[in-house]
Design a protein around this ligand. Structure first.
Ligand code: ATP
Ligand code: MG
Length: 308
């Protein structure tokens, strides 16, 4: 649904996005992450056809962002990181304005506006003035505006930033609902635990360059080269570590604090054999479990946090 090909953006001497390539399939929810200044917003703005690439291109639902901007805009809903709202405008007027801009025929607008108000839980505020809404409500209104022409692709730049925990959880539930509606979603955020919950894919960039693209669930496993097993023994940890290292399908084992971390490439069913081996070797095993390497840990290891 989204094919990014060698996308590059230079601002004077600064290369903000540097030869970026990745793809997003229909129905994917892709978490787009990277340190401040990595080039996320610049990339998203190019995909939304608001910024011209210096070189390279991207296709959205087969339409080229350089050559078919109108067609791209028709299938994309873009939620910017910062947005303005207008004074003296009611919620329904605001949505009607955007629906008109997207050439939704007047006869269809009331139904579509009703739908997006329902979806974003703003029905009760339909006659409120936009500038009287709270920040969280404005954020939801901005999402409603993004959805008003029923786009297949959503480009969301930090949609939950600055929201209180309840509003964030609500936005996340809403995004899950949109995933279930088979929308293709590209979302940038710095709240990695939330992305891990929502996304099936992640792309990590730094200095405008791709650092990782792949499955959100397997990213830890791919990085480590296997599953991480965490073992605690009452004593003789060094020895237990050596025993584990000699086991089949154990790539490495090391002591981390009180624990032994072993990287295991075998099937989950075969993990028990490692435990048996430790027990028959006379170790007093206190705990033995698989630990998921979470997105935050992956992120910290892959990015150096240098602001470009
Ligand atoms: N219009 C512009 N003119 C000059 N430089 C720009 C412009 N827009 C962005 N940049 C620079 O491009 C780089 C990437 O910025 P961008 O906003 O894409 O980062 P980001 O990944 O979205 O960061 P954040 O996480 O802080 O939102 C930064 O160094 C920024 O200063
Ligand atoms: Mg940004």
């Amino acid at each position: 649904m989204i094919q990014v090909q060698n996308l590059t953006k230079r601002f004077g001497t600064l290369t903000a996005v540097d030869g970026l390539s990745f793809t997003v399939e229909r129905g994917d929810a892709l978490g787009f992450i990277g340190p401040n200044g990595a080039g996320k917003t610049t990339t998203i703005r190019m995909l939304a056809t608001l910024l011209k690439p210096s070189s390279g291109t991207a296709k959205i639902d087969g339409h080229d962002i350089n050559r078919e901007q109108e067609a791209v805009r028709a299938c994309v809903g873009y939620m910017p990181d910062f947005f303005g709202v207008y004074d003296d405008m009611k919620v329904t007027e605001y949505l009607d304005f955007f629906a008109a801009a997207y050439r939704v025929p007047p006869g269809e607008r009331p139904r579509l506006i009703g739908d997006v108000l329902e979806l974003t839980d703003l029905t009760g505020k339909r006659d409120a003035y936009v500038d009287s809404l709270s920040r969280g409500m404005k954020q939801r209104l901005c999402l409603a505006k993004t959805l008003v022409h029923d786009p297949d692709v959503l480009l969301l730049d930090e949609p939950a930033s600055g929201l209180d925990p309840r509003a964030r959880i609500e936005i996340r539930a809403l995004l899950k609902e949109l995933c279930a509606m088979d929308k293709t979603i590209l979302i940038s955020s710095h709240i990695l635990t939330e992305l891990a919950d929502l996304c099936n894919k992640v792309v990590i960039i730094e200095h405008g360059k791709l650092v990782y693209a792949g499955s959100a669930q397997d990213v830890g496993k791919e990085l480590e080269g296997g599953r991480r097993l965490v073992v605690q023994v009452a004593e003789r940890a060094e020895e237990a570590c050596q025993v584990l290292e000699t086991c089949e399908n154990v790539v490495s084992a090391q002591i981390v604090g009180e624990e032994i971390h072993a990287v295991f490439t075998g099937e989950p069913e075969a993990q028990g054999e490692l435990l048996t081996k430790l027990l028959t070797s006379g170790f007093n095993v206190q705990s033995f479990s698989e630990q998921e390497v979470n997105l935050e840990e992956v992120y910290m290891r892959l990015t150096k946090g240098i602001v470009s």
